[in-house]
Design a protein around this ligand. Structure first.
Ligand code: DX5
Ligand code: ZN
Length: 232
């Protein structure tokens, strides 16, 4: 179970300080939302910001590309210090090549899916990924309410993982607070991106600790191996 605070909810004038705060709060990952003003109707920050932040912490840098042309951005973000890169399944026929490109650069491979997109679209790629990012809001802005209709997708991703004997992470992103994190953990999520839900709390450290406790308590366990009753 991993907590990944999202820098999108930090103070845009104090990214270095806030990245250090995330590390001091005991989180393992820093989620970095890259928006190009085209794939989503907002612009966030680019590789130079990530490069500047790389020296500030030892956190895992989890880069989420909400961009129309990730092919031109993967290499700059890898060079800037990304440990993991996620691209969207909505990019269609280019997805395969993008996943391969991330892998070929020695980084962990993530695939994201938006709320309106059918979960069946990710199935052909499951063997190639380290992480499936299930968006629980429509991407573009922090602080939106969790879309509860995304919970069955988490359950489906969890079931497929067991059926196919795979090990990808199931990450949720958008509207994740203490309550929705627990709901997602019950459905099968193991990696929790949270912006407003953590940065909006009086103590980031206490908030990370509490979210971690809640998701552990509500963690869904892998289905038990088929128990063959002892007939003799
Ligand atoms: C949404 C981004 C999220 C965002 C989540 O477009 O992908 O990572 O930071 O923010 P909250 O947790 O505030 O919904
Ligand atoms: Zn994100």
């Amino acid at each position: 179970m991993t907590i990944a605070p999202s820098l999108l909810a930090a103070d845009f004038g104090q990214f270095a300080r806030d990245a250090r705060r995330v590390e001091a709060a005991g989180a393992e990952w820093l989620h970095l939302d890259i928006m190009d003003g085209h794939f989503v109707p907002n612009i966030s920050f680019g590789p130079e910001v990530v490069r500047r932040l790389r020296a500030e912490t030892k956190l895992v840098y989890d880069v989420h590309l909400m961009c129309t042309r990730p092919e031109i951005l993967i290499e700059p973000f890898v060079k800037a210090g990304a440990d993991r890169i996620t691209v969207h399944v909505e990019l269609g026929e280019r997805v395969e090549q993008l996943l391969w490109k991330i892998r070929s650069m020695g980084k962990k491979v993530g695939l994201a899916i938006n709320p309106p997109t059918a979960i069946s679209t990710v199935k052909p790629f499951l063997k190639q990924i380290d992480l499936l990012l299930i968006m629980t809001v429509n991407p573009g802005f922090g602080g939106q309410p969790f879309i509860v209709e995304t919970l069955p997708k988490i359950q489906q991703a969890f079931a497929w993982r067991a059926e196919m004997g795979l090990a990808y992470r199931i990450e949720v992103d958008g509207g994740i607070n203490f309550q929705t994190a627990a709901e997602c953990a019950k459905a099968g999520a193991d990696t929790f991106v949270s912006g407003t839900g953590l940065f909006g709390q009086p103590s980031l450290k206490r908030a990370v600790t509490r979210m971690r406790q809640l998701v552990h308590k509500n963690q869904r366990t892998e289905p038990a191996m088929m128990q063959t009753p002892d007939l003799l």
